[in-house]
Design a protein around this ligand. Structure first.
Ligand code: SAH
Ligand code: SF4
Ligand code: F3S
Length: 409
């Protein structure tokens, strides 16, 4: 029986795609392994959102040359966004690569395996790996935006929303296999609309599937947080009160040049509306976009001060070939490094402060181990007593220490 080792880079959509690709390999008799040296197949699912991400995936592939030589018959599959961008050039540079499958081909992965003739024919049902407590469910592929720095639309293609029935069926499979929490996935996940079903409708329908205790989603885009969505949230406690809402910059001028589709003011309005519904908010920020002046950067710092994000993932701008921003003159690397340092210093204390603010509140905790779980707002909570994994525990928060809350239970 073939053993497959999976290395996934990039976002949660890639995690879900890796599961789907594994299901196709499992249908051909493969089982998962965590040990590279005992594997017969390596599946690398790659990211190219920043140069660094792509570089990590390609270096991993390079290191597999000797792994492949050790045992005849070993196979390597290089899939996902970097595979899409690099295409056949990669096959030439790494002739030992067996299959190259770009992110746009994920739905045809089964055909790709069959055409290669290397993996046999599907004889078993396409089993997904056991989902754990959280089941990842892709609801849309691709992206219809054209943010000027971003390579995702070119490697993932235009938006394709999956039919609601397929999504609900996938959710039911995950809960049947033990998932209690469902994470809906898409690059602009809250833009979902298919067969007359809006994102708000879908959230409600998913939370009605038997066994679903909590629904999360990522990544939303600020402009799709409509009153319709906010009303759905207010009426549905199963929708988790945490959103990861990338802002990218605090300067309206830079946001316009990034083609984000909102201003600083609109973003702040959305934050107020979301906080009214009890949402805890994290974000992504890019420093050193080519036209970012010192004054623009100060605007980002002041936005961060105003919002006090729960978590802010901060990135240095990385030019991506073929994107509009890649034609602009880069800022000196030293400026990028300085700005990243300043920003990271500013956001560092925010998580601890957000945890402190939870002391005295009542939380519903979904237990991930017998004594630790996550609240709806995504805070880690430690309990005194033991509870079954997957149960919901209602408790008051006694104290906070760093990024951990302690329950009074
Ligand atoms: N669809 C999501 C973001 C997906 S990409 C959204 O629009 O909000 C994930 C994150 O990578 C982005 O939020 C952005 O902060 C970062 N990113 C994307 N392209 C980048 C680039 N060229 N350089 C640096 N960071 C980038
Ligand atoms: Fe990239 Fe913008 Fe699409 Fe997000 S919305 S994936 S940043 S193009
Ligand atoms: Fe990376 Fe592709 Fe996700 S480029 S961030 S893995 S959509």
């Amino acid at each position: 029986m073939n053993k497959v080792f999976i290395q996934t880079y990039g976002c949660q959509m890639n995690v879900a795609d890796s599961e789907e690709m594994f299901a196709q390999l499992a249908a051909r008799g493969a089982v998962l392994t965590e040990q590279l040296d005992e594997a017969d197949i390596v599946l690398i699912n790659t990211c190219t959102v920043r140069d660094h991400a792509e570089h990590r995936a390609v270096s991993f592939l390079g290191r597999l040359a000797s792994w492949k030589k050790e045992k005849p018959g070993r196979k390597i599959i290089f899939a996902g966004c970097a595979a899409q961008r690099l295409g056949n050039a990669l096959q030439k540079k790494y002739p030992f690569l067996d299959i190259l499958s770009g992110a746009k081909d994920i739905e045809h992965f089964s055909d790709t395996l069959d055409k290669s003739g290397l993996f046999g024919t599907p004889a078993l049902p396409g089993r997904l790996p056991a989902p754990g407590l959280t089941g990842y469910v892709t609801i849309m592929r691709g992206c219809n935006f054209a943010c000027s720095y971003c390579i995702v639309p070119s490697v993932r293609g235009a938006i394709k929303c999956l039919p609601p029935e397929d999504i609900l069926q996938n959710v039911a499979c995950k809960t049947a296999a033990g998932a209690k929490e469902i994470m809906l996935l898409g690059q602009t996940v809250n833009a979902y609309e298919k067969d007359g079903v809006s994102f708000a409708d879908l959230l409600n329908r998913v939370s009605e599937v038997p066994g679903v205790e909590r629904v999360r989603f990522t990544s939303p885009h600020p402009i799709y947080f409509t009153p319709d969505f906010l009303n759905a949230v207010k009426a549905n406690p199963k929708i988790a009160r945490h959103v990861h809402l990338p802002v990218q910059s605090g300067s309206s001028k830079v946001l316009q040049e990034m083609k984000r589709g909102y201003t600083r003011e609109i973003f702040l309005e959305k934050i107020h509306a979301l906080r009214d519904c009890g949402f805890n908010i994290s974000t992504d920020i890019i420093v050193g976009f080519p036209t970012e002046t010192e004054a623009d950067f100060q605007q980002t710092l002041s936005l961060v001060d105003a919002v006090k994000f729960f978590i802010a993932y901060c990135y240095k701008y990385s030019p991506r070939q073929g994107t509009p921003a890649a034609r602009m003159k880069l800022l000196p690397e030293k400026v990028l490094e300085e700005r990243l340092d300043i920003l990271l210093n500013k956001v560092r204390g925010f998580s601890d402060a957000a945890y402190q603010l939870q002391v005295g509140t009542h939380q519903e905790v979904l237990m991930e181990t017998e004594t630790k779980g996550r609240s709806s707002e995504n805070f880690w909570v430690k309990t005194k007593k033991k509870y079954p994994v997957g149960s919901l525990v209602h408790t008051e928060i006694e104290r906070a220490d760093g990024t951990l809350l302690f329950a009074r239970d």
